[in-house]
Design a protein around this ligand. Structure first.
Ligand SMILES: Nc1ncnc2c1ncn2[C@@H]1O[C@H](COP(=O)(O)OP(=O)(O)OP(=O)(O)O)[C@@H](O)[C@H]1O
Length: 255
């Protein structure tokens, strides 16, 4: 049975005369992982920005849990349950991993410093911080200062801090960007781990097509701002339009 968490209807944005996202209507199933692929400039990040509220569409609408959120601000959308990875890129370099995640958990729970005397709350925050570090395989770095982490470990820490917001939906914009080849599998494991809990919906922009095929329940393909295809990985990989427009070239020049 369909359980749609997010839906766009004719989502369109025009910059000057350029239609960056053109009449895109998609549905995203709850607790699934959907990826957005497409060549550079296809409109992937722009589409994301209209879901998170950073950009307002020229035309069309966005529904989250059946509610029209098209006119809501990014903060209002986060409160409703849409978390975006770059919102928490403020990792404090001179705090440990644990301290960074604990701060993110506290901010979500709205616990102020003076409430720390409340031992039970402190324990809850503490426990949750460790759970989140565990989900991103960073427990062994809990007491390491963030400044000393590799780029890949920093991205894992950011994901833990995003998870701390407890949003039902996660928007991940190229989590492997800037990562060394050896670091990519660990991010893949982190995302797979989150997906397998099946209590969050993940929308992922990613250029590494093998990773996308491995992780995704569904893939949408953008090309010149338009939705070229939308379906399960097996269907996308066999789609001739996708192959000629995108995948052939991508396999040759990516990752
Ligand atoms: N604020 C803006 N003003 C004007 N044009 C923009 C703006 N943001 C994006 N564009 C244009 O919209 C198009 C889509 O860009 P977008 O960044 O969404 O593509 P993308 O698929 O995410 O690309 P990449 O894979 O390179 O990140 C591009 O032609 C880009 O130049």
């Amino acid at each position: 049975m369909d359980d749609i968490i997010l839906e766009t209807n004719g989502l369109t944005i025009v910059f000057g005369g350029h239609v960056a996202v053109d009449n895109v209507s998609v549905k995203i199933q709850r607790n699934q992982l959907k990826s957005i692929i497409g060549p550079n400039g296809a409109g992937k990040t722009t589409f994301f920005n209209m879901l998170s509220g950073q950009l307002k569409p020229t035309k069309g609408s966005v529904f989250f849990d059946g509610k029209d959120i098209t006119s809501l601000s990014p903060a209002e959308r986060t409160r409703l349950g849409i978390g975006r990875s770059f919102q928490i890129t403020n990792v404090f370099p001179n705090l440990t991993c644990y301290e960074n995640v604990r701060l993110a958990v506290q901010s979500q729970k709205g616990i102020r410093y003076n409430m720390f005397s409340h031992v039970r709350k402190f324990r809850d925050v503490n426990e949750r911080a460790y759970q989140l570090l565990d989900m991103v395989f960073l427990v062994n770095k809990a007491n390491e200062m963030a400044v000393n982490l590799t780029h890949g470990e920093k991205r894992k820490l950011e994901i833990a801090m995003l998870l701390a917001l407890e949003t039902e939906m996660l928007l991940l914009d190229e989590p492997t960007a800037g990562m060394s080849l050896e670091e990519v599998p660990m991010i893949l494991d982190v995302i797979r781990n989150i997906r397998d809990q099946r209590n969050r919906t993940i929308l992922l922009i990613e250029h590494k097509i093998d990773m996308v095929l491995d992780l995704s329940d569904n893939i949408m393909v953008l090309f010149h701002g338009q939705l070229l295809a939308d379906g399960p990985p097996e269907e996308i990989i066999r789609n001739e339009q996708v192959q000629s427009a995108y995948l052939g070239g991508l396999y040759n020049d990516a990752s």
